[in-house]
Design a protein around this ligand. Structure first.
Ligand code: F6R
Length: 252
């Protein structure tokens, strides 16, 4: 089912894997039209089924990643690339090691940068130089964060160094041995960086995201719900399962 809100289109599927297949096809189409497309990638649990579909398509030679340029949204800080909880490691494990990418074209903020402010500025400049990002993939936190832009009194601008909120640390503890191992800080593209992308693909699943998704799309545009900024973007596609849009469907 497709809900068309003008600048925001919501594809709703019973099964989230079907929604993710649709997402993989959107990426495939982008790369077939423009092989050197700049794609912004997200980590977290949500996009994993879409990455599985991309790997499968690549195995069947239905998609070509050889010229793709990538920028990941974020990285914990401090964390080494070898740490299996780093987003660098995550992307290689869940996607990049299994597809025909050129590793020189992949960009992820450096979780061990000696000068974090410079790392953020350099990352932002590189996005400006190689961008714009043609398609930015996003997940959304339970508190409405996108990237690691946590609820705050103002929207972030460029790539920045942030402290993670307690709710994010708790939510992400499921990937670590203990909550104490979850890094407390991160480097993340800012809301403005994300908003500069030509097109945005937001993946959301599960009933636990239903309230925040409704707030993000129908509530006040406010930095207290960072994803609400997407209401101001011209081209957003949301791929969701039925439970994530349960509240939204009641509005129609
Ligand atoms: C990950 C990221 C985060 C996640 C969000 C949802 O790169 O930027 O904003 O998308 O925390 O995480 P999951 O998908 O694990 O629910």
């Amino acid at each position: 089912m497709l809900l068309n809100l003008g600048n925001i289109k919501i594809h709703i599927e019973k099964d989230f894997s079907t929604a993710c297949e649709l997402g993989a096809n959107i990426i495939k189409e982008k790369l077939s039209k423009k092989p050197n497309s700049v794609i912004g990638f997200a980590t977290g649990g949500t996009p994993i089924p879409m990455y599985k579909h991309l790997i499968e398509m690549c195995n069947h030679q239905e998609i070509n990643f050889s010229e793709m340029v990538t920028f990941n949204l974020d990285e914990y800080f401090p964390i080494s690339k070898e740490n299996d909880q780093s987003y660098y490691y995550f992307m290689r494990e869940n996607l990049f090691n299994h597809i025909n990418v050129n590793f020189d074209n992949l960009h992820i903020p450096n979780g061990l940068a000696s000068d974090v402010e410079k790392e953020c500025a350099d990352y932002e400049n590189l996005i400006k130089t190689l961008g714009p990002i043609d398609l930015q993939i996003l997940g959304m936190g339970l508190n409405g964060h996108i990237g690691f832009n946590e609820p705050d009194n103002k929207f972030t601008q460029g790539t920045n160094y942030v402290a993670l909120q307690e709710s994010t640390i708790t939510a992400n503890a499921r990937f670590f041995n203990s909550i104490d191992d979850v890094p407390k800080k991160a480097l993340t593209m800012g809301i403005k960086t994300i908003m500069m992308s030509t097109e945005i693909l937001l993946l959301v699943n599960g009933e636990k995201k239903a309230d925040i998704l409704e707030q993000a799309l129908f509530g006040e545009i406010s930095p207290h719900v960072p994803a609400s900024a997407l209401q101001l973007h011209q081209n957003v596609t949301i791929l969701a399962d039925e439970s994530a849009v349960a509240n939204i469907l009641k509005r129609f």
